[in-house]
Design a protein around this ligand. Structure first.
Ligand SMILES: Nc1ncnc2c1ncn2[C@@H]1O[C@H](COP(=O)(O)OP(=O)(O)OP(=O)(O)O)[C@@H](O)[C@H]1O
Ligand SMILES: [Mg+2]
Length: 325
């Protein structure tokens, strides 16, 4: 069975990847029967803990890795049978070191990859200059990539992924290791691409990035898709929880321990930020724990305490830890 002509650019049905165990280790089901689709011009985010199966999913959809079972179509074509036809019309940015020639300059890399795609030389040079401009590397275009900073490497990766004007773009942690300003520019670029009709599937560990950028989000945990929807829908899906937010001057670790065991408390996270500690507690709806929390924090200088709206991160933590349990 194949999807109709007007099917979404990415259709995934029961996709599964099992890596055979080596040296008497058990098999590893990295992706476990996931199904979703991505519409044209949509930005779809895959979120999940380390090892959840995000990169494996992207590698199967970009025809780099053969699925164990299940089906997937990209631009209406079967990822296991029509790799060549798919590869011409998609591209992939995967964080890390591979995919560029370090001894070549940025411009030479773009030229090399344009040639691989058989792009007409006249159109090619103009396009390369546009791409260099787009990722703000015009001035460093003639430096070898090995001499680029990490952020510059990531930007040339992104430029490289655009040489064939892909209709579907896979971005595996596109802003990893980038400074905030460049990360913001990359996000704006991703948004512009989607507005022009490019279909984008990305992974990220940055919740605000997912919230800002993604039309829909799939949360994956231990290979399974545990939630799917836009950020608002995801937050609503765990609306049995209310969040209590506390900020203290001193380390509240003892209070956190006490609260974790308390009836009605679902999840507690604590973070240290300069000058203060932030504790966020997800408590069951309707359980009025504010006075207990106040009591637990006694002796600490409390800067702020009160109810708060759940963020995408709260939702993520709730979904992933419930699934892992
Ligand atoms: N080639 C491989 N052989 C064996 N196991 C693999 C292989 N590639 C990935 N895995 C395993 O599959 C699981 C999923 O890995 P994957 O790289 O897809 O996770 P991820 O969600 O991208 O994580 P991260 O957020 O750390 O990038 C992990 O347990 C990993 O060890
Ligand atoms: Mg990964």
């Amino acid at each position: 069975m194949s999807p109709p002509e007007d099917a979404p650019p990415i259709v995934v049905e029961g996709l599964t990847k099992v890596f055979p165990g080596k040296r008497r280790r058990p098999d590893k089901t990295a992706v476990d029967s996931i199904s979703f689709h991505v519409d044209k011009g949509e930005i779809f985010g895959l979120l999940g803990p380390n090892g959840a199966g995000k990169t494996t999913t992207i590698r199967m959809l970009s025809t780099m890795l053969i699925p164990t079972s299940g089906k997937a179509w990209v631009l209406g074509r079967d990822v296991t049978k029509e790799e060549v036809a798919i590869r011409k019309r998609i591209n992939l940015v995967s964080g890390g070191e591979r995919g560029l020639y370090y001894r070549l300059t940025g411009r030479q890399n773009l030229r090399f990859f344009s040639e691989l795609y058989g792009i007409d030389p006249k159109a090619r040079d103009r396009r390369i200059e546009e791409l260099l401009e787009l990722v703000d590397l015009t001035e460093s275009a003639d430096l070898r990539v090995e001499d680029y900073s990490r952020g510059m490497k990531q930007r040339i990766h992104i430029a490289r992924s655009l040489v064939n004007d892909p209709e579907v773009l896979f971005l595996d942690e596109p802003t990893l290791g980038l400074d905030p300003e460049i990360a913001r520019e990359i996000r704006a670029l991703i948004r512009r691409m989607a507005d022009m009709g490019t279909t984008i599937l990305l992974t990220t560990h940055y919740m605000f990035e997912a919230e800002e950028l993604c039309d829909r989000i799939g949360i994956i945990s231990e290979g399974r898709l545990v939630a799917l929807g836009n950020a608002l829908e995801l937050k609503d899906s765990v609306n049995n929880a209310t969040v209590i937010h506390v900020e203290t001057r001193e380390d509240p670790y003892k209070a956190v321990e006490a609260l974790e065991g308390m009836e009605g408390v679902l999840h507690v996270t604590s973070d240290r930020v300069p000058g203060r500690f932030i504790v966020r507690m997800q408590v069951e709806h309707g359980s009025d724990l504010l006075s207990e929390v106040n009591e637990a924090m006694r002796g600490l200088r409390v800067l702020r305490i009160g109810y708060d709206e759940p963020t995408l991160e709260d939702t993520y933590i709730s979904l992933v830890s419930d699934h892992e349990r």
